[in-house]
Design a protein around this ligand. Structure first.
Ligand SMILES: [Fe+2]
Length: 304
């Protein structure tokens, strides 16, 4: 039904600064721009993986998920319409903006605008070569939720996502395919973006990307390290003007669809956070950055 996170769209108060950060330093590719939007791609066929739009305050515009077919988009729209906590923003329709395709938009149970699309035009892209520290795409997105159980149940029921693991009753990891998690939700005092994770080709490229950012003067918010849940590596950085957090990652645990996976509950401790133990402890400053500010985009779908 859902194949992957196609893109994330963010409203940012300083478009040129955020653009420079994500193109020049984070090493995404500029694929298009108009009066108030910038589209950035990665080493993958998705039209873009990040859309930045000029906005008065930082906000999440869209979480864009890729559906396998038009029929899946229609089915998701029907499920949202029938769900007491779902609200359609627009009916499924063919779209001409940024790669086109067949899309539906809706508000989730906490007011985030979600877009689901199929048949979006693929983009000719330059594959990531060994040693290159450009991202190959989006790995996963983690969202802060005020009601963890309701939110995870909503996403499971709309998208047929499966629970992979928990960290106590604080965090839940959801999968659609073989990756340990495509989406995860963390309990927080407000709904907001926790972080967007970008996939690197391998561990060498992951460390080179981390080093490249550091050499340019962007010190990691947290990491490098390897998570105990999902086994993926992490280095988190913060875009200075919007304060949104992005993660470099690689090496996530893959789960055979035929495996009878039983979700586990991990303790919230240092080993769960970082199995290598070389990252500095996840202190309150890191947690506060990942919590972010209450999302001003809730219940307010973006203009386009
Ligand atoms: Fe992550």
């Amino acid at each position: 039904m859902i194949t992957h996170v196609r893109s994330v769209a963010l409203g940012v108060p300083d478009l040129s600064a955020a653009h420079e950060f994500f193109e020049k330093h984070w090493q995404l590719d500029l694929v298009g721009a108009d009066s108030d939007r910038v589209f950035l791609g990665a080493g993958c066929q998705d039209n873009h993986v990040l859309r930045l739009r000029a906005a008065a305050e930082p906000r999440v515009d869209l979480l864009c998920l890729a559906a396998a077919s038009d029929a899946d988009v229609d089915q998701i729209a029907e499920r949202v319409a029938a769900h007491p906590l779902g609200r359609l923003v627009s009916e499924p329709a063919t779209c001409t903006d940024a790669g086109g395709g067949y899309r539906v938009r809706f508000l989730d149970c906490e007011g985030r605008t979600v877009e689901v699309s199929s048949r979006v035009a693929v983009r000719a892209f330059r594959p990531v070569e060994p040693g290159e520290s450009r991202p190959t795409g989006i790995s996963h997105v983690v969202l802060n939720a005020t009601d963890l159980l309701t939110t995870s149940a909503f996403y499971q029921s709309i998208f047929d996502l499966k629970v992979t693991d928990w960290v106590e009753s604080i965090m839940v990891f959801l999968r659609a395919g073989t990756a340990h998690h495509m989406l995860a939700f963390t309990r927080a005092p407000h709904a907001s973006l926790n972080h967007v994770a970008f996939e690197l080709r391998g561990i060498d490229e992951f460390m080179r990307a981390t080093g490249s950012m550091t050499k340019k003067g962007y010190l990691p918010l947290w990491g490098p390290g390897r998570h105990g849940v999902g086994a993926n590596t992490f280095t988190y950085f913060q875009e200075p003007t919007s304060r949104f957090v992005a993660e470099y990652t690689t090496g996530m645990l893959r789960i055979d669809p035929d495996h009878k996976w039983t979700p586990r509950v991990y303790p919230a401790n240092a080993q769960t956070s970082d199995t290598w133990g070389v990252a500095s402890p996840r202190d309150e400053a890191v947690s506060a950055s990942l919590r972010g500010c209450p999302d001003t985009g809730l219940w307010q779908p973006p203009p386009m």
